[in-house]
Design a protein around this ligand. Structure first.
Ligand SMILES: Cc1ncc(COP(=O)(O)O)c(C=O)c1O
Length: 373
């Protein structure tokens, strides 16, 4: 039966591998009859939402009988101020995944291709293939690369562009590897990409990057018309459950994206919470510090356990077990710790661990020590 409907689906959709989300805590606890499990599987902010965002939600939730402001006027003004750009540069999405999909729908057809790196974020193949467009996958640096193992190779990405290419997707830092490109490399790529090819620079984890590597968003937008930057409120802003993200681009690109966008794709509560979260500097700084401390702790502990991990500028680490990591994943589940297997990324020896609170990180290391003993 399922095959019957699969055959009726659009050709690109027939071949799609569904996105594999992290296992929800409730599901694990139901399956194993346990409680107190920890989810370090979806790169969420373990600090919880900002108190200001929660307060904003309380102030607006009674008005949800009304449609939201489809243009997200207040939020676009606020973000335009933050980046010192024209509000017409903004496109909002139901999470930045939604913006990635809008980009694919707006710019790709079955005759076009999109380039992304091997081990790049799993949503790129999904949005490209769903359209029936061709994916041109650039070979990543190999595991022995000196500074950026499994990272995006700018040369290979440029070489993969051909006359059919409309989009190039780059996650910086990339999920699931955590690897990154420095600001000069991103700029040098933009200098070499043809003007009819749009670079999509996915900055979901931007705030976690060390300042020296962060791209200068305002200057990039001013210098390159063929650029879309995507950002999210799901990570450092801790609003993953509300689903809100945005794109920044030349207003002409934003105009195209806003044509395919559903008019009310960001909801009223998400808009209010996002606006408040942007103003909560203390929460943002606390989230970044927690992540830096947790990363240092986990890196030390992993090394003590004889495990290596990829360099990461995100809120997660891809850990190499040098053997099929699935049994480790399963054993961790039985100890109530959910991490993320990466077999679907063709990285079967790795597990991706989201950096949690100090307690969660300790719990993870205890579980891992037990599993490896
Ligand atoms: C690289 C990258 N881009 C985009 C997203 C999408 O985030 P959201 O749709 O929650 O904004 C994620 C989420 O994990 C991600 O890792």
């Amino acid at each position: 039966m399922s095959k019957y409907f699969q055959q009726l689906a659009a050709p690109g959709v027939q071949k799609l591998q569904p996105y594999l989300p992290g296992k929800p805590v409730e599901e694990l606890e139901r399956e194993l009859g346990i409680s107190n499990s920890v989810k370090l599987a979806s790169n969420e902010n373990p600090l919880g939402a900002s108190a200001r965002a929660l307060q904003a939600i309380e102030q607006c939730y009674k008005t949800i009988n009304y449609y939201p402001d489809g243009s997200a006027f207040k939020l676009s003004q606020r973000l335009a101020g933050k980046y010192d750009i024209d509000p017409a540069c903004l496109t909002f999405g139901n999470g930045s995944n939604d913006v990635l999909e809008l980009i694919a729908r707006a710019f790709l057809t079955a005759e076009h291709s999109a380039v992304y790196s091997q081990y790049a974020f799993a949503v790129y193949p999904i949005v490209v293939q769903a359209i029936g467009a061709k994916a041109r996958v650039a070979t990543a640096y190999d595991a022995a690369h000196e500074t950026m193992p499994l990272g995006h190779d700018a040369e290979a990405i440029i070489d993969s562009i051909d006359e059919t290419t409309r989009l190039v997707f780059i996650a910086n830092p990339n999920n699931p590897t955590g690897t990154w490109m420095d600001a000069d490399t991103v700029k040098a790529m933009l200098d070499r990409i043809p003007s009819d090819v749009i670079l999509v620079l996915d900055l979901a984890y931007l705030e976690y990057m060390q300042n020296e590597f962060k791209p200068d968003i305002k200057s990039l937008l001013a210098s390159y018309n063929n650029l879309i930057i995507t950002c999210t409120f799901s990570k450092v802003y801790a609003l993953a459950g509300l689903r809100i993200g945005y794109g920044l681009s030349h207003p002409d690109i934003a105009d195209v994206l806003n044509r395919v966008r559903q008019p009310f794709n960001t909801n009223l509560i998400a808009q209010a919470a996002a606006l408040a979260a942007l103003d909560d500097d203390a929460h943002i700084q606390a989230s970044i510090s927690l992540n830096n401390d947790g990363k240092a702790f986990l890196q030390n502990e992993l090394a003590r356990l004889g495990l290596s991990y990829l360099p990461s500028m995100g809120n997660f680490l891809a850990v190499n077990f040098n053997r099929d990591a699935m049994p480790v994943y399963d054993a961790m589940l039985r100890k109530g710790v959910i991490v993320r297997p990466l077999a679907n990324y063709n990285m079967p020896d790795y597990l991706r661990i989201t950096i949690g609170t100090a307690d969660q990180n300790k719990r993870l290391i205890e579980a891992l020590s037990g599993v490896l003993a």
